[in-house]
Design a protein. Sequence first.
Length: 195
Amino acid sequence: MRDAFIPLFAWLGSTTVGMTIRSSAALIALTEIIHLVGLAMLIGTILMTDMTLMGLGFRRHPAARIARELAPWTAAGLIVMLVSGPLILSSEVLKCFESSFFWMKMSALVVAIAFYFLVHRPVARADPPVRAWRARLVGGLSIALWLAVALAGKMIGIYGDDLRVEPAPFRVRMIHSVGQTVLASTGRPAKTSPR
């Protein structure tokens, strides 16, 4: 399945933006900080709504009011994450392609975003409120999904390596010659140069 994304990763790694970010420790740090701020905005606002849905948050205000008032901050956090994420990816294509945690994060992110728009938001904004057990269930599942996204992202930074037992025969290797990305086939995991 990963191999289907090789052209996309190769293109991202060879873009001017990707090469510029990759060549500057300051730009790498800046994009990661921006990404984490977006993640904090997104998960923080959703967590406040989830805690209220579970009966543990703001008890004086209904979840629908909290969700509506935090909606612009939630949307801003999501937009920041969705813009900064590909920038980070373009600077670390090899690391991300090889990392099982990256693929876990992307899978959890797709599920969490779908859950937010299809289930969480309608339940949180319901007026009159849904039954307490349903609100608690939705709040708990939402917390679990966003926690999975955050933890998988953290694991990319800590471990970064592949969890697959058998290495894939086809590796993406970044070779900088005349500014082109070259795909190379090897039997060993590709090495990345330290920053």
